[in-house]
Design a protein around this ligand. Structure first.
Ligand SMILES: Cc1cc2nc3c(=O)[nH]c(=O)nc-3n(C[C@H](O)[C@H](O)[C@H](O)COP(=O)(O)O)c2cc1C
Length: 252
């Protein structure tokens, strides 16, 4: 199975919402589990768990009926939602690169007793299975996304930012903004109003991890090294209406 460079798949991946409900063969499930154990964290110090379950283990009111779900639970620590987004997006891209459909499902809830919530907090699910609709987009015009000018200040890092632009997000809200400073990309997330914040704050932070994952895939593709730092000065320079997430240092 393909698992090295997901650069190309970012230009064609899409959410798959219709599935063939017959089981995926065992070897494929095994390969997915093996890959899940190798995904890179954004923050090494946060404990996270991913568990593959079948449809019976999630509450049934979901609009997306898939044969499998990856249930994600994490230690609740600073940055845990962004870290979860970063890690699970690697799985989303792995599935898409290998002919398997997937879709993030913020609305999915595991049935009682399926995940052990004593230590870790349930975060989100990723539905997957053999697709019963087209797996990939034909070309970039089929993405509904903001223009690149709307999501960054200057064009110095467009080769990387373009991949973040194509990232999936809850309700396609695309909450990101990037300010480019020479060798650094400062990452910001839109502030929601009070009502929206109740619904979206958690999802937005997962979305930010997904976009950072796409930047990381792009940096690796162009053989650049990428490090995350918290830069107090950049936090203070947050654009109005946005809050600071992290700064990515790119070594050419
Ligand atoms: C954190 C997150 C939660 C999501 N939750 C749902 C969901 O509950 N139901 C659904 O149909 N799609 C869900 N989506 C999929 C988005 O609607 C989708 O990614 C977005 O519309 C962009 O479309 P694309 O993934 O096909 O490019 C979710 C996506 C993310 C990133």
């Amino acid at each position: 199975m393909k698992h090295n460079d997901f650069y190309d798949v970012i230009f064609k991946r899409k959410s798959v919402r219709k599935y063939d409900l017959t089981p995926v063969d065992e070897k494929t499930i095994e390969d997915i589990s093996t890959y899940m154990n190798t995904v890179k964290p954004m923050y090494e110090n946060i404990k996270i768990e991913m568990k593959i379950v079948t449809q019976e283990s999630v509450k049934s009111l979901l609009p997306i009926k898939a044969p499998y779900y990856i249930l994600v639970s994490s230690e609740n620590k600073e940055g845990y939602l962004t870290n979860a987004g970063f890690m699970i997006q690697q799985v989303d891209l792995f599935l898409s690169a290998n002919g398997i459909g997937s879709c993030w499902v913020g609305m999915a809830q595991p049935k009682k007793g399926i995940v052990n919530e004593s230590e870790l907090e349930y975060v989100i699910a990723l539905a997957f299975g053999n697709p019963a609709e087209t797996l990939h987009r034909k070309d970039i015009s089929q993405f509904k996304r903001k223009s690149i000018e709307e999501i960054r200040d200057t064009n110095g890092k467009d080769q990387l930012i373009e991949l973040a632009r194509l990232a999936p997000s809850a309700t396609n809200s695309q909450p990101w903004f990037f300010s480019i400073d020479n060798y650094k990309i400062n990452v910001y997330c839109v502030k929601s109003n009070f009502i929206k914040a109740i619904m979206y704050k958690k999802m937005n932070q997962i979305d930010m991890g997904i976009a950072i994952c796409h930047l990381w895939v792009a940096a690796r593709h162009f053989e650049k090294d990428l490090k995350y730092t918290f830069d107090k000065e950049e936090e203070e320079k947050s654009p109005s209406g946005y809050y600071y997430i992290t700064s990515l240092i790119i070594n050419e």
